[in-house]
Design a protein around this ligand. Structure first.
Ligand code: GDP
Ligand code: IMO
Ligand code: MG
Length: 431
């Protein structure tokens, strides 16, 4: 029986991780985010009420479960406080169910400004970031000049680090970008006011998780973004600034890799992407509009229309390899209910030759055109179905084919956004 399970996006994000993490939290004791920041938008729908979590782990709606923001996350404290306040108003947040790593780096106001300004300077080379300051915050972490959540607990240390950072940032903001710089005292007061409210949650989460594991607690590791947005293994430079793949669950929480039991990849039954970068199976025109409307494919963080396309088996096989996937969750099957024909990409044509391995290289991927196999649609409503065997035969065949192409079995299917619109094949915690 698995105790510690990692959930990752197997595509370019927005695969439905939030919904799946919420469901699996029932079997877990603790849910921990291990990377990314509020570039994430994880949707959970419970009793017709919709929640979109950006920093809060998606298990927070369950009573008596602990949620942890791990070391590898970058935290915008204003956004976090906003999420806490909304949950407090609804009586969901009790002050005992959240722990924030003292090692998690802070997103500062200048990170957001730099993110947006640098994107603007890039012109048509832009990445299409969420503008939330994610990249600049991770840059400072790597440059060893970042400010951590734990620094909020020592106002003198915080002021010192802030001063050094603002001096350096203002130099660039004023002399290169020709914009108005930041004032130390303003940022200091804003952050100290927030610190007062979130300080009680800031702890050594690695130790907390270690102790919980020794007490046989079950832990769900919630990834953000998706495999193809991974800084090392994604379609660089059109990626985010963290490792989004399963290995990051270890370094992003301070739990040794030998303690992780399973990695489960979440994939849509088709593909979407937000922001710039290559996307070989992308659709355009009316076909794209129809899929986008049916799937409600608008960004949960920025509201941007998502780019949509057919399922890409090369990309999924790649995600299976990079994450060492043990199981798949295939979501949004219902979105395909009304299509006469479905396409699945089984190879690429690259410089006149067929390739079947995903090249995680943006320049090469730009030159790839998809080779499709065609599937007949099932033309039936799948949203009420609770068992795999009850799905229309053609939908079953479609799922079986995705399993075959990726070499990984589906453990759950999702046929709607609500909790109960789920087909459990093999609960990864209990079987
Ligand atoms: P995440 O970032 O991976 O958590 O995914 P998002 O929340 O950004 O995007 C997934 C969207 O699809 C959300 O609006 C969900 O409510 C919705 N969703 C999740 N699973 C399903 C499904 O099986 N069918 C449909 N129709 N919608 C789903
Ligand atoms: P969830 O967790 C989809 C994309 C952005 C952009 C690139 C870099 O909801 O799946 P960043 O702001 O991270 O520097 O932007 O990554 N991106 C996402 N796309 N879902 C996400 O998160 C994303 N987080 C970042 O659109 O292309
Ligand atoms: Mg999302």
């Amino acid at each position: 029986m698995a105790k510690n399970i990692v959930i990752v996006g197997a595509q370019w994000g927005d695969e439905g991780k939030g919904k799946i993490v919420d469901i699996l939290t029932k079997n877990a004791d603790i849910v921990v985010r291990f990377q990314g920041g509020n570039n994430a938008g994880h949707t959970v729908i419970v009793n017709d009420e919709k929640y979109v979590f950006h920093l809060m782990p998606s298990g927070i709606l369950h009573e008596n479960k602990a949620c942890v923001i791990g070391d590898g996350v970058v935290v915008d404290p204003e956004v976090l406080l906003g999420e806490i306040e909304v949950l407090e108003e609804k009586g969901i947040f009790n002050g005992k169910n959240l722990h924030i790593s003292k090692n998690a780096h802070l997103i500062m106001p200048y990170h957001k400004r730099l993110d947006i300004s640098k994107e603007r300077l890039k012109g048509d080379q832009k990445i299409g970031t969420t503008g939330r300051g994610i990249g600049p915050a991770y840059e400072d972490k790597a440059a060893r000049t970042g400010i951590k959540c734990g620094d909020l607990l020592d106002e003198n240390l915080f002021r010192e680090k802030l001063k050094r950072n603002i001096t350096e940032k203002n130099h660039y903001i004023q002399n290169v970008l020709h914009q108005v710089g930041f004032e130390v005292h303003e940022v200091y007061h804003t952050y100290m006011a927030i610190a007062e409210k979130i300080a009680p949650y800031i702890i050594d989460t690695s130790h907390y998780l270690y102790t919980a594991m020794n007490a046989k607690k079950k832990i769900l590791f919630e990834g953000a973004q998706g495999t193809l947005l991974d800084i090392d293994h994604g379609t660089y430079p059109y990626v985010t600034s963290s490792n989004t793949t399963a290995g990051a669950a270890s370094v992003g929480t301070g739990i040794g890799p030998t303690r992780l039991d399973k990695a489960i990849g979440i994939t849509k039954a088709y593909t979407t992407r937000v922001g710039e970068g290559p996307f070989p199976t992308e659709l355009d025109g009316k076909e794209a509009d129809r899929l986008r409307e049916h799937g409600g494919e608008y960004g949960a963080t920025t509201g941007r229309p998502r780019r949509v396309g057919w399922f890409d088996a090369l990309a999924l096989r790649y995600a299976a390899r990079i994450n060492g996937l043990d199981g798949l969750v295939i979501t949004k099957l219902d979105v395909l209910d009304n299509l006469k024909k479905l396409k699945v990409c089984i190879g690429y044509k690259y410089k006149g030759k067929k390739i079947t391995d995903f090249p995680a290289d943006a320049a090469m991927l730009e030159l790839c055109t998809p080779i499709y196999e065609i599937h007949e649609g099932w033309f039936e409503d799948t949203t009420k179905i609770k068992k795999f065997e009850k799905l229309p035969k053609k939908a079953q065949e479609y799922i079986r084919r995705l399993e075959e192409l990726s070499g990984i079995k589906a453990v759950m299917l999702s046929v709607g956004a609500a909790r109960n619109e789920t087909i459990m094949i093999k609960n990864p915690f209990t079987r």
